[in-house]
Design a protein around this ligand. Structure first.
Ligand code: NAP
Length: 334
């Protein structure tokens, strides 16, 4: 089969179209013929992991060590990137019960990756589900990662109608789903992003948008019941005065400092810091599918590029140009 393979870490040019062996599903696996895959934060990070020092890594040191071992220290062990996909079940192992040949599916492979290829094997109990009927393959391929992360992190926050939520990093994979989910939970939502993406974040349903290059949201005098910082560009000390008395400061990216702040603020009460890791589970993907079917989550495609141009897709995302999902399409191989 055709796949985009990396044999060394580096810039987008390391992504090369090659012929590799087609995978064979085990008894509990399905073989998915990929129609579309996405380019997300994790793909860019994994392609260039050699350059990612513990300081540049947005998570605690222990997770950096685990990621280093998993991705490969000197050269990539994960040679096919791509963690989100949509496609069709081509074959099913004999123990598979949830799927049959021909089912349209979408899913999230997590750090195992492997979606920049014509075929991918997924365990039947992995994060793979029937694709929402209303979405195209391309729209479905950019939905799973951001939406399952945002849903897992936000639904524990018990957002009530009328509460005020600020999403710092509202135009990214997780943030664009977080804006829509917070609205779905009834909150008034402020999205913070860069200048080129203000209209995009508005189109996702944000009540207000703030351009981080023009304004520091912590200086506006506004207070929020929840500040959800995706990339960790703010800090609890700076956000404290922008939180309501029992407000929560939720971090998708965090270090040891935020973990200590979480423990301390939980003991003390009042404004709290919360850090959590989303597992990327099937259960969350199924909830995401329901929300998509109910019209609560949509995805907007910015760019579509064929598999052979995966490097160009990475370049485009790396330059910070994207306004929505960037999709790698495999239509020419179908
Ligand atoms: N906790 C978990 O379970 C979990 C799971 C997966 C990932 N993560 C973490 O989530 C992060 C990736 O999130 P993502 O996939 O949504 O990333 P992404 O798609 O790259 O989006 C990044 C967002 O951050 C915004 N941003 C950039 N500079 C900013 C600044 N100075 N101030 C405010 N916002 C700024 C970007 O805005 P513009 O593009 O408009 O400039 C964009 O909205 C990583 O740090 C990763 O470690 C956590």
């Amino acid at each position: 089969m055709k796949a985009i393979v990396i044999t060394k870490y580096g810039p987008p040019e390391v992504l090369r179209l090659e012929e590799v062996e087609k995978p064979v599903p085990r008894d509990n696996e399905i073989l998915v013929r990929i129609h579309a895959a996405s380019v997300n934060y994790g793909d860019i990070l994994a392609r260039n992991f050699r350059e990612i020092s513990p300081r540049k890594f947005n998570m605690p040191l222990l997770l950096w060590v685990i990621a280093k071992l998993l991705f490969g220290v000197r050269k990539p062990k994960t040679t096919i990137l791509g963690s989100e996909f949509a496609g069709e079940v081509e074959a099913a192992g004999k123990a598979v019960k949830r799927f049959k040949v021909g089912d349209p599916v979408f899913g999230y492979t997590g750090q195992k990756m492997g979606a920049y290829a014509e075929y991918l094997c997924m365990p039947e109990n992995g994060a793979v589900a029937i694709k929402p009927a209303a979405m195209s393959d391309e729209e479905a391929a950019v939905a799973p990662y951001g939406a399952i992360m945002a849903l897992y992190l936000l639904r524990k926050q018990n957002i009530r109608p009328g509460q005020k939520v600020l999403v710092n990093g509202a135009s990214g994979g997780i943030g664009s789903a977080a804006v829509q989910l917070a609205r779905h939970f009834g909150a008034e939502v402020t999205g913070v992003c860069g200048t080129p993406r203000l209209e995009y974040v508005k189109s996702l349903g944000a009540d207000k948008v703030i351009d981080y290059s023009q304004e520091d949201f912590t200086g506006s005098g506004e207070t929020y019941d929840l500040i959800f910082d995706i990339l960790g560009k703010s800090s609890f000390s700076r956000c404290k005065n922008s939180l309501s008395p029992n407000g929560r400061y939720l971090r998708a990216s965090f270090k040891a400092r935020e973990l200590l702040q979480m423990a301390w603020t939980a003991l003390r009460g009042g404004r709290r810091v919360i850090c959590a890791l989303a597992p990327g589970s099937l259960e969350d993907l199924l909830s995401v599918r329901e929300l998509i079917e109910a019209g609560k989550i949509k995805t907007i495609i910015d760019r579509r590029l064929p598999l052979a141009q995966a490097a160009e897709a990475h370049r485009y995302v790396g330059h910070g140009h994207k306004k929505g999902g960037v999709v790698i399409t495999l239509a020419e191989y179908l």
